[in-house]
Write a new protein. Structure first.
Length: 223
């Protein structure tokens, strides 16, 4: 089991890491929430332990950002005990809330409890679909075969899969795909679409899956 933790108290993080490692759980902690979010984009984790009082970004905002992109289980670990904070955490998509201070054994029990509810593969489309995405593993497969994609290509293709055949404009991609700089030109979107087509189409010049809709944008045909 591999857990991502975002906790800016190094002493507490060390204690948690040592305890969980004795129970065969690997923990990677990031004191900086930006680095933690970046790690989540590139590495597969089974669960996230998230503090609320973090530098630069409030933990509630981190929770919201994570939940927008991933179905990873989230346990909030925080000294903030206000009911409004607890309610906001669950509203943002957290699975459990563990107030500090707490017993390490209780954390272990909560981890296993949350993971039991997630004991199934997470995919975005039905098995009959050509393209399937596993957000936690940062992987997209075409007809069962994994496709090598850069981070930007992955996020773009995953967004098309999420939209389930709706037309997506270039402007919509700029707004909703975080790895694309908003100052990027619309032409750069076309270049990335071309690169994705080269990886998913039999004939990229005559695409059958990622097709252009003149004057509107692009649409993924996933069947």
């Amino acid at each position: 089991m591999k857990i991502l933790m975002i906790e800016d108290d190094p002493e507490m993080a060390e204690l948690i890491c040592e305890f969980l490692e004795r129970h065969h759980i690997t923990v990677e902690n990031y004191e900086n929430p930006h680095l933690g979010l970046s790690a989540l984009s590139f590495k597969p984790y089974d669960l996230l332990i998230l503090d609320l009082s973090l530098p630069d970004i409030d933990g509630l905002e981190v929770c919201r950002m994570v939940r927008e992109k991933s179905d990873i289980p989230i346990i909030i670990s925080s000294a903030r005990s206000d009911m409004a904070d607890k309610s906001a955490c669950f509203y943002m998509g957290a699975d459990d809330y563990l107030p500090k201070p707490y017993n390490s054994q209780e954390l272990l029990l909560r981890i296993h409890s949350v993971l039991r509810r997630y004991n199934k593969p997470i995919v975005a489309e039905e098995p009959s679909s050509i393209f399937m995405v596993d957000i936690d593993r940062h992987e997209i497969k075409k007809e069962g075969e994994s496709i090598y994609l850069t981070n930007a290509e992955f996020e773009i293709l995953a967004y098309f899969i999420k939209k389930k055949g709706f037309v997506v404009s270039r402007e919509e991609l700029l707004t909703n795909v975080s790895s694309i700089n908003y100052e990027s030109s619309l032409k750069s979107i076309d270049v990335m679409i071309g690169r994705i087509r080269a990886k998913i189409e039999v004939n990229p010049k005559q695409p059958r899956h990622l097709i252009s809709i003149r004057g509107l944008g692009y649409k993924l045909v996933n069947e």
